[in-house]
Design a protein around this ligand. Structure first.
Ligand code: PMP
Length: 396
């Protein structure tokens, strides 16, 4: 017999979401997640994945993963602190530290659990965290888990941050204060004002934490937002994912040796969840080898991003003020945005609509993520479809 209370809870909530048109139907992808994907038997130009450098289907990564499986098997066998730290894990962590120009690094099973584990390992109920209002859900959850006082500042508003940092410091209520921000905000493609954030942090002795999920592989010739601004030795905790530009799965924090030593004994996913598989870590290491050998993929990503932006802008679309290859196409009203995305799909472009509450009401957009793997022909096809649907719906 199943629980009546659970059934009632599930049915009420599912029906509510469906009635409000907020229930997200998931479309299984029937092909590798490359620049063109197949969904429902239909071939689509894929402008929705975070596979910025096309590494998710890269031959070198695939071969490295296959070899690792043959030699090391499919599972790590234990959590990192028992005997789930294979030599492959430490090799990856050394490579991440080199890539990020830090003393050390620690890898986690995902970016999400990295934020949950790392923030809560460093901050506690006697502390405060200044958090950009548009920070990612995993940062928000990590902050909540830490039980520190969460003080949100207006998005990239340095006056507001400074004021709130000053108040928190002068209140004398907190042992430690952290400022935490995404390096690149993935909804609009804007970049955090790290030079100012670091200055404020130094003035008020704040711990600096940058989640560079969307900046690594993209900014700083690939090394990320912190490197882009030349701040490698002035940011305490550089967090990143291995799931986006790196193309695989996992998360990490790079920083000083004592920070990493502490996270290895205090970050709960590291202690209590089985470590990344041999295939994952080996593929990630190969991805970093590629990024450190040449900027070719990074350069192609930017070329493609600029090409798509120019094409959509010339057609008359509002593409916002992105500072990265992320290209939002702002439509406005929620229902129109969803219809626009659906029509793009029908014509052969996969670009998801993003509407309230993920972005403010009335700023619904279709978000495009060009990658290094797209060809000009694919981007031209996408631009032509945008033109057709945009004219048909009276948007341009
Ligand atoms: N931080 C940010 C800013 C992200 O966008 C994401 C992914 N959506 C994560 C963390 C979580 O990373 P992962 O998907 O590797 O768990």
């Amino acid at each position: 017999m199943s629980s009546k209370a659970l059934d009632q809870f599930l049915n009420e909530n599912l029906n509510d979401l469906k009635e409000r048109g907020l229930y997200n139907e998931i479309d299984p992808v029937e092909s590798p997640n490359g620049p063109v994907i197949k969904i429902g038997g239909k071939e689509l130009v894929n402008l929705s994945s975070n596979n910025y450098l096309g590494l998710a289907t890269n031959e070198r990564l695939k071969e490295a993963a296959v070899e690792a499986v043959k030699e090391w098997g499919v599972g790590a066998g234990a959590v990192r602190t028992i005997n789930g730290t294979l030599a492959l894990h430490t090799r990856l962590e050394e490579k991440i530290a080199k890539f990020k120009s830090t003393e050390a690094a620690i890898a986690f099973q995902s970016g999400f659990n990295c934020n949950m584990g790392a923030i809560s390992a460093v901050m506690n109920k006697h502390d405060a965290i200044l958090s950009d209002e548009l920070n990612h859900a995993s940062i928000i959850d990590g902050c909540r888990l830490s039980k520190a006082k969460i003080i949100r500042f207006n998005h990239s508003d340095m006056e507001d941050l400074r004021q709130k940092a000053k108040e928190a410091k002068e209140s004398g209520q907190y042992n430690k204060i952290m400022v935490i921000t995404d390096g690149v905000f993935s909804m609009d493609g804007d970049v955090a004002k790290l030079p100012e954030i670091v200055e404020i942090a130094e003035e008020f002795d704040l711990i600096t934490y940058v989640d560079d999920a969307h900046g690594s592989g993209v900014l700083g010739k690939g090394a990320g937002t912190v490197k882009h601004f030349g701040l490698s030795d002035r940011v305490d905790m550089q967090m990143g994912t291995l799931s986006k530009a790196i193309g695989v799965v996992g998360g990490y924090v790079a920083g000083k040796q004592n920070l990493v030593d502490w996270l290895k004994v205090a970050a709960r996913p590291f202690l209590f969840s089985t470590s990344l598989t041999p295939a994952d870590v080996t593929a990630c290491t190969e991805a970093l080898n590629i990024l450190m050998e040449s900027t070719e993929l990074h350069d192609r990503l930017w070329e493609n991003g600029n090409y798509l932006k120019k094409g959509l802008k010339e057609l008359g679309f509002d593409i916002g003020d992105s500072e990265t290859p992320i290209t939002p196409c702002i439509i406005g009203e929620e229902k129109t945005t969803q219809k626009f995305s659906k029509r793009l799909y029908e014509e052969g472009v996969y670009a998801k609509s993003i509407v309230f509450p993920t972005v403010p009401r009335g700023t619904g957009r279709v978000r495009n993520m060009p990658t290094a793997a797209h060809t000009k022909e694919m981007l031209d096809r996408a631009i032509a479809i945008y033109e057709k649907v945009g004219k048909e719906m009276g948007i341009i």
